[in-house]
Write a protein that binds this ligand. Sequence first.
Ligand code: RNT
Ligand code: ZN
Length: 423
Amino acid sequence: MKQNEKAVTDSYRMAQEAYGEWGINTEEAMSVLDSLPISLHCWQGDDVGGFEAPDEHLTGGIMVTGAYPGKARNADELRLDLDMALSLIPGTHRLNLHAIYAETGGKAVDRTDLGPEHFTAWMDWAHEKKMGLDFNPTLFSHPNSADGFTLSHPDKGIRDYWIEHCKASRRIGAAFGKKLGTPCVTNIWIADGFKDNPVDRMTPRQLLLESLDTILLEAISKEHNLDAVESKLFGIGSEACVIGSHEFYMGYATTRNTLLCLDAGHFHPTEVISNKISSSLLFLEGLLLHVSRPLRWDSDHVVIFDDELVAIAHEIVRSGQMDRIHIGLDFFDASINRIAAWVIGTRNTQKALLFGLLENTEQLVKAEQTFNYTDRLVLLEELKTMPFGAVWDYYCLSRGVPVGRAWLEAVRNYETRTEDARK
Ligand code: RNT
Ligand code: ZN
């Protein structure tokens, strides 16, 4: 055993004992963590560009800032970058694709005409790694979204275009699910909204409702595809009103039995999704989470190990409904190494889940239910300085990925290796 490995293992044994005294089983926590896949969003790898021909610039009220070199220029490069990131992340995960990441061999294919055949290489890649795939129709960065409206556009022709694209997307999702043996979550997010105060909020929402109902008409087995809808409070250029608001989709998902996507960056600045998980699960079949980090105007900063991330993880774990919560990431930062961004965000999400799993929930709940808030507070605070890092390090070691900051070196070496080719 290498010196470093011995130190990590020794620390872990001590941590295991310390947690054991609390009645917390570290081995069990790690094995539960193994069963929680995180869906990595492909779009962090190329600044939400995609590989569509002709190339469209990013619209939809989202923005990627920064000019860090080395961005993936095609799907092969993106897959190599993902391979690199995945080699530094413990466990088996999923990949979340957007429609603009189709591979059409340089041919222009209308988004309405996309099919599973344009994602063959992605499916083969995922299959080989025993990973599941998730999907998103792309309703931005396109001439038909230039008015800032898609599924709620006043023009039926434009709405129909996007309806067809969403229908095609569900079929692609079903093909993913069938091929990979795990249902694909196909998530619809649209940017539709008004920069300034609208007069008529009802009509576009009514149209969105009708469009979505038309999209969902085709029966697709939930064994292969699960539909999700994602709300947002505001975007750049839709500050006054977003058609697909939280109330809209909460109602939609509840009545249509779809998943609801809660994006951590899509609410009022002091509003948090951690407090929405339990209530939503009482009414919905399940949730899709877009784990992200809002910062002032931006909803998509790289996920760090902060209080809200831990709160989200606690809610996932304590809800006892982990099988109904699909965890995905959603952030984009072009000011730092893009692979490092994936690794930071994914490892932090896992770290937070592990932190959540390393508690004696029963004991805490007992204190709470007997109104013993003193004990509850003491226990929660003491848990924070338990040797959690030692368990996380051992988790990484035992799952064959670098411990601690050692992974950065791998990213740097990769950066140097690909530097010349990507100039
Ligand atoms: C945008 C939404 C959405 C996108 C992706 C690219 O605010 O969060 O999920 O980030 O579709
Ligand atoms: Zn999102």
